[in-house]
Design a protein around this ligand. Structure first.
Ligand code: ARG
Length: 267
């Protein structure tokens, strides 16, 4: 008996929900106002391909950074182009760098695009797309620093962005003290202020930070060479294939090079 009542209540509430839905649509129909038309369009678009949610950490120029109130950069444009290839709508979620893989694995985001280096450790937790860029870790120093080689970093105080490959490599330097910052930019500031001796960070952001802050230079010797790729949950093989297909199309058409050239001038 109880079950029957419950079932009835369920049917009723479902009917009510349906009725509410129906009336909403009916109400929207005659009103041809622009905003509603735009909403309908957006809804249609979503219905067509769905939303592609990108997790990133927009503290990493020229790959992702804030420009006024917008998040822009190479990764944003690549993700936007992939979404277009897949007929999807891109949505950006900005978060701490070390939350990105978690976001992808919990389903909070579909793709992690953040100048993220493919590493063995990360491969244990996520899949990576094909690579879309070759990068390197470099050392930023004060112009008058006595540090001349990577070996000279032993025993020094080194700033990194928390959870990045720079953090991992700094860990291997003999007797070094590591200062971890939430943003790469904060590490660079600490270096400018003489609080630390060096910053290990990716080359392109390093170039931007050195340009923006007087009295800094990049050590000629590179630390490591790395590949950037897009992180996708292990149980989402289908999306991995789609993203790789879209990436291949962007490489083929020259669009990928075009996006990179817009932000990085070749030396
Ligand atoms: N390539 C480095 C890594 O994967 C740093 C990436 C930092 N990216 C960012 N959007 N803050 O660990």
């Amino acid at each position: 008996m109880k079950k029957k009542i419950l079932a009835l209540m369920l049917v009723c509430s479902m009917a009510a929900a349906l009725a509410a839905c129906g009336s909403k649509e009916a109400a929207a129909e005659p009103a041809a106002e622009e905003t509603e038309a735009a909403e309908d369009e957006a809804a249609e678009e979503e219905a067509a391909g769905g939303t592609l949610v990108m997790a990133t950490n927009a503290e990493f120029p020229p790959y992702e950074y804030h420009d006024n109130n917008e998040i822009v950069g190479i990764d944003v444009e690549i993700a936007q182009s992939i979404a277009e290839e897949l007929g999807m709508t891109l949505q950006i979620e900005d978060m701490a760098f070390d939350s990105i893989i978690l976001a992808v694995n919990s389903g909070k985001a579909d793709i992690g695009v953040a100048g993220m280096t493919v590493t063995e450790d990360r491969l244990e937790n996520v899949n990576f797309s094909d690579s879309y860029a070759t990068a390197a870790q470099v050392v930023i120093l004060k112009e008058d620093s006595e540090i001349a080689t990577v070996d000279d970093l032993a025993g020094k105080t080194i700033g990194v962005q928390l959870g990045t490959t720079g953090d991992i490599y700094a860990d291997d330097i003999e007797d070094a003290t590591i200062e971890r910052y939430n943003k790469g930019f904060e590490a660079v500031q600490a270096l400018s202020q003489g609080k630390i001796d060096a910053v290990i960070i990716d080359r392109e952001p390093a170039k931007v930070f050195v340009e923006e802050n007087e009295g800094l230079k990049i050590l000629d010797e590179e630390f490591t060479v790395e590949e950037y790729a897009i992180a996708i949950a292990k149980d989402n093989e289908e999306l991995l294939e789609k993203v790789n297909g879209a990436l291949a199309a962007l490489k083929e058409s020259g669009k990928l090079d075009e996006i990179i050239a817009k932000y990085i001038t070749a030396e």
